[in-house]
Design a protein. Structure first.
Ligand SMILES: Nc1ncnc2c1ncn2[C@@H]1O[C@H](COP(=O)(O)OP(=O)(O)O)[C@@H](O)[C@H]1O
Ligand SMILES: [Mg+2]
Length: 358
């Protein structure tokens, strides 16, 4: 039998659990003329939630990951590429008749995939307006769904791009936008700060970890049925206690546990064994990460093994230095701030603990 746990890429169908409330809510936003703003730390399941929700929505979808976009012109090219994937060129001609700057469109002779480019130095605002308006005009009765993953990247692309995008996107009536982001601070700055062009642009949906009872059921059902139910429950509890219900790390650990069970068939200490194998397999990356850190980062990470609050007091390092270290660790995704500061990766936390105990 194949390992029934999946991590690292989008999960859907039988691999997807819970989130019924969030799915229903997102669905309702898409069935209305509103836009959705989806916020959670990395690997909590944003992309999976969107894919799972869109599975039963019979509408055209255009999705672009902003991390893969390097300029506003490249963004327009990506939008056209996706557009020509949905609409064959012959049928799309009338959408293009209004364009002020017409792109060069060709098709990859091997894959047949569309390729789009612009003459250098064309006016970026006109290019973007044209591209977005083609999408708007193609929407019609069944609104088009446009998904931007890692949306805060637009702030790094070009100065003023957020203002331009907002001015274009706010006019649209035939598109539902889903804007996602993993950098919570940045998402809040973009969507919740009054001065930001995207202030209150869409309905915010915050994704939390998966509730323990649901995740436990999911794991118990998938562990080998040759094990007693009590034993499976025990293993699931141990897994969730370690991962604190983090969607990605839970699936990763469950995957490893399933593998170890096949190897040994012995349930005693199985979760511990799986954890130490995962920690060991990341030793090289964790060492490199640790070496790249300064003294303050290391001190903060050591302290946060036992404490949830930042160790501001009784320290030889000024509080302001500690505060900026915490901020850096959050923005690089090593820590998560949710009232308290916590490790994102429980295996890295374990690795640091082992280091401290040497
Ligand atoms: N609803 C879910 N049920 C089970 N596992 C999930 C769920 N959502 C996410 N995961 C786990 O988390 C991993 C990361 O999910 P992903 O959708 O890529 O997150 P994000 O887009 O927030 O980074 C998935 O590969 C899967 O292992
Ligand atoms: Mg994602």
């Amino acid at each position: 039998m194949d390992n029934p746990f999946k991590f690292g890429s989008i999960v859907e169908g039988p691999y997807f659990t819970d989130r019924s409330r969030e799915r229903a809510f997102l669905r309702q936003v898409l069935d209305s003329p509103n836009h959705a703003v989806l916020i959670s730390p990395r690997r909590y399941g944003k992309s999976s939630l969107v894919v799972e929700t869109l599975r039963d929505v019979k509408r055209d979808v255009i999705a672009v990951n902003m991390q893969a976009v390097t300029s506003s012109t490249k963004l327009a090219e990506a939008l056209y590429r996706k557009f020509f994937t949905l609409h064959p060129l012959e049928k799309a001609r009338h959408f293009l008749s209004e364009l002020r700057i017409v792109p060069t469109v060709s098709f990859n002779p091997v894959s047949g995939a569309p390729e789009v480019s612009f003459v250098p130095d064309s006016d970026r605002q006109v290019i973007l307006e044209d591209a977005f308006n083609v999408l708007e005009n193609s929407g019609g009765k069944k609104r088009l769904i446009v998904v931007f993953d890692e949306f805060p990247e637009i702030l790094q692309l070009e100065k003023g791009l957020d203002k331009i995008l907002r001015s274009i996107m706010q006019e649209h009536k035939n598109i539902n936008y889903i804007l996602m982001g993993s950098q919570e601070e940045m998402m809040k700055i973009i969507f919740l700060r009054k001065k930001s062009p995207f202030y209150h642009f869409g309905v915010p949906i915050h994704l939390d970890k998966i509730p323990a009872p649901d995740f436990k059921d999911y794991i118990v059902q998938r562990l080998p049925s040759t094990l007693q139910e009590e034993s499976r429950c025990h293993i699931a509890d141990d897994i969730l206690a370690f991962t604190d219900c983090h969607p990605y790390y839970t699936q990763q650990l469950a995957f490893q546990v399933w593998f170890e069970l096949q190897q040994t068939g012995n349930v005693s200490g199985i979760v511990e064994t799986a954890i130490s194998h995962i920690v060991q397999s990341h030793d090289f990356d964790y060492s490199r990460l640790w070496e790249s850190m300064n003294k303050t980062n290391r001190m903060v990470l050591m302290k946060l093994i036992d404490e949830d609050t930042p160790p501001m007091e009784n320290s030889e390092i000024p509080a302001s230095t500690i505060f900026s270290a915490l901020k850096r660790l959050v923005s690089s995704g090593i820590l998560i701030k949710n009232g308290k500061y916590r490790y994102d990766d429980p295996f890295f936390k374990k690795w640091v603990l082992q280091l401290r105990n040497i």
